[in-house]
Write a protein that binds this ligand. Structure first.
Ligand SMILES: [Fe+2]
Length: 241
């Protein structure tokens, strides 16, 4: 009825690169995460270490990311995983004074942005515009973590009209207390991408397979396939509908 089911999974947000942030501590942990991703059907991964403006320069960040990716590259080849590099950029007022080029997902115009968790920042709109002025499309990371958006989704309407992409983590679907509302948010068009945000096998293991199964069971395959194809489009730098 809806064509062939999309089997392969693309992960656009994770902390698997070894030793660069609070994700995989070392190469061994990173390989364990890759194995688990592969077992779940993940064929494409964008590595998005945290970028905190107060911690290091963009140049230093890019260098550290390159070195970490170089360590992991042979294993990615072995597992047959296509990969890309990006950053999860924490929104801070300092961003307004910075050149934000080179923090996008390499080879695409997408830019993964993490908002503050507690309060809507007054400078938030300005940061988004700064990113858009570079012709980048912001992806709002794990929107379920910001109550000012998650409980008031109409606050996202203008952003979504501008083409901004909203991502959620599997946890909000796996938790039976929050599942129903998360499915409603997907159905209502407030969620465009599902990503693992995996940190380690202990702290936050990847759970994409089961999360997609929950979407399929709750809303139908049309929705789970759409989320999968959106992530794949972004990976290859294409626009999503
Ligand atoms: Fe993250």
């Amino acid at each position: 009825m809806f064509g062939k089911e999309i089997k392969s999974i693309t992960d656009l947000h994770c902390h698997i690169l070894p030793g660069i942030d609070d994700g995989a501590e070392n190469l061994e942990s990173a390989i364990a995460l890759l194995k688990e991703q592969k077992a779940q059907g993940v064929d494409r991964i964008v590595f998005t270490p945290h970028f905190w403006s107060f911690q290091k320069t963009v140049k230093q960040f890019s260098k550290d990311r390159y070195n970490a990716a170089e360590q992991l590259a042979p294993y990615l080849d072995e597992f047959g995983i296509e990969w890309g590099a990006g950053a999860e950029v924490r929104m801070t007022p300092e961003l307004l004074k910075m050149d934000l080029r080179h923090l996008n997902i390499v080879g695409t115009s997408y830019f993964l942005l993490e908002w503050p968790f507690t309060q809507f920042p007054l400078y938030g709109r300005e940061v988004v515009e700064q990113i858009q002025d570079l012709d980048y499309t912001p992806i709002f990371a794990h929107i379920e973590r910001y109550d000012y958006f998650w409980s008031n989704p109409r606050e996202l309407d203008d952003y979504i009209d501008e083409g901004i992409v909203c991502q959620i983590n599997p946890g909000i679907l796996l938790n039976s207390d929050t599942r129903k509302y998360a499915l409603k948010m997907i159905r209502d068009g407030y969620v465009h991408v599902l990503s693992s945000d995996a940190h380690s096998m202990e702290k936050r293991p990847p759970h994409l397979k089961v999360a997609y199964q929950i979407v399929e069971k709750g809303l139908g395959r049309r929705y789970s396939d759409k989320l999968k194809s959106n992530a794949e489009c972004i990976f290859y730098g294409h626009e999503i509908e």
